[in-house]
Design a protein around this ligand. Structure first.
Ligand code: AMP
Ligand code: MG
Length: 333
């Protein structure tokens, strides 16, 4: 049995988990909650720095209770990127310190690919087109010839970020996505919103501006604007995902990332998949948002193919793209 400790802390959620090939053995987390406004990178990093000892200790408590032994941990995996620089550096420092003190290898992993692999693991889907939607990222990906290829992505901000910004404008606290979802469920009238797709890429920042204007200038009801925002943004995401599936001839689709918790988005994708006789997969919410288990699990896949990260190559990569990673654990196709 292989045991990997994974550390996640790219943005607001600090999380550690110990996994084996079969399951999560122990996990613990601590979430940074901004008092007002959005995520401030330095404050989030400060949160991670003060909480990391506690979070890792809670996982290590399993060793004191005889669930596992500390010397049976094979490697320390951590999110090398993409993410907020100060947050990434804080967690990477902790990962290096643990690897050195436990005298085990370090495995730097790509956060986006971790979202994909935890979904494949949890849902049992083999070769899906993936829609990865989080605060900072919005990408449509699929595996081909040793890499996860990005078929379409946002040209500006992530969909989560667009929702959070609008929610903040309405005076709601972070994260705004679930609050917008709640309001949208009460909307009835569609208000015009810009539907921006360029080739396979998407743009969301104009939507946030249009939504603000719809409230401020045109005095539409908040519920109707939230409803229209969601209908427009999610239709754009569904269209690009469908085009990727049609082009590649794939009949499985996996939803990943925090925005994936949205019921309306799930419903639109489900309908699209049903219409094309494809299977739609979505993991449970705790694996959609950022979590240590997904980092540990991808670390395990790397580790088992002999892929580890020497300390001098462990610098964080704020803009680490998934297609930079050579996928050594899947069959070539
Ligand atoms: P992540 O970056 O993957 O942790 O995802 C965080 C993002 O997911 C934030 O932008 C949240 O507002 C968003 N989010 C979480 N739950 C929902 C939801 N039910 N609907 C829309 N967005 C959501
Ligand atoms: Mg994420």
């Amino acid at each position: 049995m292989t045991l990997i400790l994974g550390l996640e802390g790219t943005a607001w959620n600090l999380s550690a988990a110990l996994v084996s090939e079969e399951k999560t053995i122990c996990e613990a987390e601590s979430t940074y909650k901004p008092l007002h406004g959005g995520i401030h990178p330095r404050e989030a990093a400060q949160h991670h720095a003060s909480e990391i000892k506690n979070v890792v200790s809670r996982v290590f408590r399993g060793a004191e209770e005889g669930v596992f032994s500390l010397d049976s941990i094979d490697a320390i995996a951590f999110s090398q990127g993409p993410g907020m620089g100060p947050c990434l550096r804080t967690v990477a420092t902790a990962a290096r310190a643990l690897a050195i003190s436990l005298k085990i290898p370090l495995v730097g992993v790509n956060h986006c690919i971790a979202h994909i692999e935890i979904g494949r693991w949890q849902c049992g889907t083999k070769d899906p087109v993936v829609l990865y939607v989080s605060g900072a990222n919005s990408q449509v990906l699929a595996y081909r010839a040793g890499r996860y290829r990005i078929l379409g992505e946002t040209l500006d901000i992530g969909i989560g970020n667009a929702l959070d910004k609008f929610a903040r404008y309405l005076g709601m606290s972070h994260p705004g996505g679930p609050k917008i979802e709640e309001l949208a469920s009460k909307g009835t009238e569609y208000v015009y919103m810009p539907y921006v797709i360029k080739g396979m890429d998407l743009s969301f920042s104009g939507l946030t501006t249009a939504a603000k204007d719809a409230i401020n200038v045109h005095h539409h009801k908040t519920e109707d604007v939230c409803y229209s925002f969601q209908e427009t943004a999610f239709a754009m995401l569904t269209e690009v995902t469908e085009r990727a599936m049609a082009h590649l001839g794939k009949d499985e689709m996996l939803l990943a990332g925090g925005v994936g918790a949205n019921r309306r988005l799930q419903q639109m994708l489900q309908t699209m998949c049903h219409d094309r006789e494809a299977k739609f997969y979505v993991p449970e919410n705790k694996y959609l948002k950022d979590n240590g288990t997904m980092i540990a699990y991808l670390g395990l896949l790397h580790f088992k193919t002999g892929d580890t990260t020497p300390i001098d190559k462990s610098a964080v990569k704020q803009n680490y793209r998934p297609d930079e990673v050579e996928v050594t654990w899947r069959e070539q196709s």
